[in-house]
Write a new protein. Structure first.
Length: 413
């Protein structure tokens, strides 16, 4: 028996020994036999490619971001900014992040010891959780939850606890949240605006999170990558609330705001002692990355208010195109308050298993989507078993074609 086979056998017996097994278990990637499954994203993308379906499963735009940023990246490459950046990020970007937080939220940050640039928000989340949690700790997320959270919590050795987001608006149940937080809760991980459900938490909800963090001496980690992608509601960073800044790490990135997801430039900000802990772990992950892209993101963060205002209005028009098609298909549509994802309930069409439908959808109507249950633990998966998530960060003509195809769904089931 090979070493890999022995490790798999240990996993099937219920003892997850290897870090990759803990990560896979946390991300729901271990099959019933303990073997590693492909992610649903890979599976659905493969189906979309094979059938020629419009892929509204994965959340990446089909258009590039602002020309001024692309030009800034080219200029940085041409001028020789092609070697390692400082581990905490180039000074120009750290200064730009601090200016952004002051401009939009009134937060005062020292770029020297309160900001670290990361390889996307995903690395920021990983570095923060690995820095602050371990066996015996609990990390609470809202459920459904972005899939990397479970994987990294598994890597850390901490226990992943959840509190549900409740249909139809998918906001927290505050009583359930209070019951879920305990003195074992080391981190409350808040994704706001929320992927996959599209909700934007209210001031009241965020205030309760801060109160619970104080009561149980927990750290708050906020994933705010969709901060500028909201529709008619205001994004409130947790760090702006009374008593929150000293125990909150705020994470964001350039990918969602500027539609340059492949650049993988993110950042963490917060109190110096927490940021230092993240920086210590981060230097043994990527150390640094994307030097010329860091300079370009600095230029993007300084763009005028018209640009930032235009992001949400453009996306809202795209959201509405797809929503109309989904309603015509006979699906119950949950209109999102933020992000670029829209969720539907397939139950009105007599479908109770959204995962099975997601596997048929590319062949049925030529559109691909992701089932919401994959973002949940088993109990949460049962609550969301008929829900599908679609991405609307595509060109209007693509969404119009997708809407026309989806309109045929009820006739083809």
């Amino acid at each position: 028996m090979s070493r890999t086979d022995r490790t798999l056998a240990q996993g099937r017996q219920g003892t997850l020994q290897a870090p990759w097994q803990r990560a896979a278990a946390g991300a729901n990637l271990l099959g019933a036999d303990g073997r590693l499954d492909v992610t649903i994203f890979e599976e659905i993308t493969t189906l979309a490619v094979r059938t020629g379906a419009i892929n509204l499963g994965q959340g990446f735009p089909d258009e590039d971001g602002p020309d001024v940023m692309a030009e800034a990246a080219r200029d940085a490459i041409a001028s020789g900014a092609n070697q390692y950046a400082p581990g905490k990020g180039i000074p120009a970007l750290r200064d730009a992040i601090a200016a952004h937080q002051q401009r939009f939220y009134g937060l005062d940050l020292d770029p020297e010891d309160q900001i670290v640039v990361t390889t996307g928000a995903t690395e920021a989340i990983a570095a923060a959780l690995l820095a602050l949690t371990g066996p015996g700790d609990e990390v609470l997320t809202f459920e459904p939850f972005y899939d990397s959270y479970g994987a990294v919590i598994g890597l850390s050795g901490a226990t992943h606890t959840t509190s549900p987001l409740v249909a139809p608006d998918f906001h927290p149940d505050l009583d359930a949240l209070e019951a879920a937080v305990s003195d074992r809760t080391r981190v409350i991980l808040v994704n706001n605006p929320h992927n996959p459900m599209g909700s934007v938490f209210t001031h009241t909800e965020l205030t309760r999170i801060v109160e619970l963090a104080h009561r149980h001496d927990a750290v708050i980690i906020t994933d705010e990558v969709y901060e500028h992608l909201t529709f008619g509601v205001q994004h409130v960073p947790v760090a702006t609330l009374p008593g929150a800044a000293e125990r909150t790490l705020t994470i964001s990135s350039a990918g969602k705001t500027f539609s340059f997801t492949g650049w993988k430039v993110g950042w963490v900000s917060g109190p110096p002692e927490l940021v230092a802990a993240v920086r210590t772990v981060k230097q043994f992950l990527s150390y640094s990355s994307g030097t010329p892209f860091q300079a370009a993101v600095a230029a993007g963060l300084a763009m005028d208010d018209a640009f930032y205002g235009g992001i949400s209005s453009t996306l809202q028009a795209k959201r509405d195109i797809l929503a109309d098609g989904l309603r015509t298909a006979g699906l119950e549509v949950f209109l999102p308050e933020g992000t670029y994802f829209i969720n539907v309930d397939t139950a009105p069409l007599g479908v109770t298993d959204a995962t099975a439908l997601a596997r048929r959808l590319p062949e049925l109507v030529g559109v691909a989507a992701i089932p919401v249950p994959v973002f949940c633990h088993p109990e949460g998966a049962e609550r969301t078993k008929s829900l599908l998530r679609f991405a609307f960060c595509k060109r209007p003509e693509v969404l119009e074609e997708a809407a026309a195809r989806l309109a045929q769904l009820k006739d083809r089931l």
